[in-house]
Design a protein around this ligand. Structure first.
Ligand SMILES: [Fe+2]
Ligand SMILES: [Fe+2]
Length: 272
């Protein structure tokens, strides 16, 4: 139990609890007004993650690691509950029991994958068992490339169809990230032989280029939506939300890059 454990735990919880809070809002906005039970559940999760977020902001690097370990367990429970809620909603949508609600099934699946990622990370932190660097690089990229490909699809489908140029651009990003995801899955299936420093380094470089340009596209979209300059049904907070997730991925790629080039040793613990 160390200071690094506290810092890394707080970084994950601060980022993802805000994300979970916003998912609750997005889900709620998509429900029909007669779905009062679902609306109440979504509002409940909003308050739960809002409270977790402020608690995480009140702790700092000097907080007792045991306090953070207990806090991680509490957050893990909340992440499990919101995951179950999202999967329940997905089931209702796929069984056509909420006709007219406006959350895409892929979006609900997507936010449940993010909840699952969050709870796995909390488990790993508390167990002190983070993936070795070469595995972490592949696992994180497979996870985030799919998340980025989904975002491009959501943007493309939530823009007004008359925004033809932006819809085209979103479709191009969707294809680009689908291709990168397939490449990542190829590297994944070739492991451990594919886990050489030059291959992983090139893998990170190539992904970084595309994530940067998607991040810039999201930033532009966010600014245009905030200024009411384009036609869409994208909530400004959703535009900012997907922008922040791209920034997070870039941050993780850069951290991997530094660790990878700083060492050639195998089985180094990930640093992100
Ligand atoms: Fe999200
Ligand atoms: Fe996302």
């Amino acid at each position: 139990m160390s200071n690094e454990f506290v810092v890394r735990s707080l970084d994950e919880v601060r980022f993802w609890s805000r994300i979970m809070k916003e998912h609750s809002l997005f889900l709620r906005l998509g429900f029909r007004c007669e779905d009062t039970q679902l609306i109440n559940e979504a509002n409940h999760f909003y308050s739960v993650f809002e409270a977790i977020e402020s608690k995480a902001n009140a702790y700092d690097a000097g907080t007792d690691p045991q306090t953070i370990q207990r806090f991680n367990i509490e957050v893990h429970t909340a992440a499990c509950h919101i995951w179950a809620f999202k999967r329940k909603v997905l089931g209702l949508i796929l069984q056509c029991r909420l006709p007219g609600q406006t959350n895409f099934p892929l979006l609900v699946d997507h936010v449940s994958r993010e909840a699952n990622y969050f709870r796995n990370r909390l488990e790993q932190l508390n167990a002190g068992q983070l993936d070795p660097l070469p595995d972490a690089i592949i696992n994180e990229n497979v996870f985030f490339l799919r998340i980025m490909a989904d975002h491009a699809k959501f943007i493309g489908h939530l823009l007004d169809p008359s925004e033809r140029k932006l819809v085209d651009q979103a479709k191009q990003f969707s294809d680009e990230f689908d291709t990168l995801l397939f490449q990542a899955q190829d590297i994944e299936s070739m492991r451990p032989q594919s886990q050489t420093v030059p291959l992983l380094d090139q893998f990170l470089d190539q992904n970084r280029v595309s994530v940067k340009s998607l991040r810039d596209f999201k930033k532009t979209a966010r600014d245009l939506i905030e200024a009411c300059r384009i036609k869409s049904i994208i909530h400004p907070l959703l535009a900012d939300h997907v922008f922040r997730e791209a920034e997070r991925f870039l941050f993780i790629i850069d951290m991997f890059e530094r660790t990878l080039t700083g060492t050639t040793a195998k089985n180094v613990q990930i640093h992100h």
